[in-house]
Ligand binder design. Structure first.
Ligand SMILES: Cc1cc2nc3c(=O)[nH]c(=O)nc-3n(C[C@H](O)[C@H](O)[C@H](O)COP(=O)(O)OP(=O)(O)OC[C@H]3O[C@@H](n4cnc5c(N)ncnc54)[C@H](O)[C@@H]3O)c2cc1C
Length: 377
């Protein structure tokens, strides 16, 4: 089939890999003029790594493996640990923090040279008859047997297919960056989340001496304030390494992301067009599953297309994925991990072993995973 994917992000490029392998003619239209190098890093859990491997792309050597994830209170006391090496043992795939630029480079590397078309912004999609077509921002109409909108949280394809289905913003903001700050944190495989009344600070090694850090905060920066100065004040009572990190950051290091949430209908396409990744189901990054779910979508859509004709394959894919993604979306939208645990929660966390805590993580991941459950279409 002649398949047109809108968006050369994580999901669009992952899907292109699977479809090219299956012998389809694939074009990816990306509005940016060049491969993306921003966007800090993302944590790829075992489900995302398994999906990428199933699409023919190994992520095994990218970024930094995370072997332990520790949760601390603002005073620096640990209250829970997850042993991520167990996730690797149970699923066969590691957990790693990977700079987005490296991930996109890897996903693009195996594609034929003419596959990705940069500088092509899609304005809308038409789905009448057999097949579909996109109209680009400069008015050119391009037909295909199938169009996949993998164009992110403010998807033009979603707007065309689902009408005014814009995301809502729940008030939380991630202030994040990927820098060479703090070599003692960059080395090794230990990631930490520090949570208190001011919000959550996450610190993860990302490979090559880089640290992925972020501050999840409920509410905007007071108008006219420099962000880092405001974060220093807000997180002043947090122990090291949070304070130490804030001491070395500059305004140029930090970028803001407002937490967006989509309603996820059971059918998110029409005719020979569908959606994938954030375009279908943006949700807050607090469960670190957005990119993983985009990879899961790509894995599932490729399987659906190899077993069923279009458009039936698309509706089957949407149904399977909608059921899985809704679970992680509502958990992420609750921002539960960004709030200090209740005393009962703290006690429970103290009482369970790292292995049990990791087992709970596996349950959470499996609930939203099509690849780890081999979902039937
Ligand atoms: C602060 C933050 C931290 C995160 N951390 C994690 C994490 O640790 N783990 C995780 O799994 N996820 C994480 N995520 C979520 C993750 O980044 C997204 O869910 C993931 O990138 C979605 O992939 P996608 O392919 O759907 O969209 P994107 O990666 O956003 O790609 C969309 C692409 O479409 C292009 N595009 C947009 N509009 C058009 C158009 N009209 N025409 C053509 N091209 C277009 C864009 O330029 C872009 O290249 C995080 C997100 C944020 C904001």
């Amino acid at each position: 089939m002649d398949i047109l994917i809108v968006g050369a992000g994580v999901g669009g490029l992952a899907l292109a890999n699977g479809l090219v392998t299956d012998g389809h003619q694939v074009r990816v239209f990306e509005r940016a003029d060049a491969p993306r190098t921003d966007g800090a890093a993302v944590t790829i859990f075992s489900n995302g790594a398994a999906a990428a491997a199933g699409l023919g792309v190994s992520l095994d050597d990218l970024g930094a493996a995370i072997d332990t994830l520790g949760f601390f209170d603002a005073d620096g006391r640990a209250f829970a640990h997850a042993d991520m090496t167990l996730l690797r043992r149970w699923t066969g795939y590691r957990v790693a923090t990977i700079p987005r630029a490296s991930l996109l480079r890897r996903l693009a590397a195996g594609l034929p040279a003419e596959t990705i078309n940069y500088g092509r912004q899609v304005h809308t999609v038409e789905t009448a008859g057999s097949g579909a077509a996109v109209v680009t921002a400069d008015g050119v109409r391009e037909e295909a047997a199938l169009v996949v909108g993998a164009d992110g949280v403010r998807s033009a394809v979603r707007r065309a297919l689902l009408g005014s289905a814009e995301p809502t913003f729940n008030g939380w903001v991630s202030w994040q960056g990927l820098t060479v700050a703090m070599p003692e944190l960059a080395a090794g495989a230990y990631a930490r989340c520090v949570v208190g009344e001011a919000g959550l600070c996450g610190l993860m090694p990302a490979g090559g001496g880089l640290v992925q850090w972020w501050f999840d905060v409920d509410g905007p920066v007071p108008a006219g304030r420099p962000v880092i100065g405001w974060l220093r004040e807000r997180f002043a009572s947090y122990a090291d390494p949070v304070r130490k990190l804030l001491d070395v950051l500059t305004e140029a290091d930090v970028h803001a992301f407002r937490h967006a949430v989509h309603q996820i209908p059971s059918a998110w396409g029409a005719g020979c067009a569908t959606l994938l990744g954030d375009a279908a189901h943006a949700f807050p990054p607090s469960q670190a599953q957005g990119a993983n779910q985009a990879l899961e979508d790509a894995w599932t859509l490729r399987r659906a297309l190899s077993a069923f004709p279009v458009p039936d394959a698309l509706r089957r894919y949407e149904r399977v994925r909608a059921r899985r993604v809704r679970r992680i979306s509502s958990l992420a939208a609750s921002e539960v991990t960004n709030k200090p645990p209740t005393s009962a929660g703290r006690l429970a966390a103290h009482l369970i072993s790292p292995a049990m805590f990791t087992r709970l993580q596996l349950i959470t991941i499996k609930r939203c995973s099509s690849v780890l459950n081999h979902d039937r279409l």
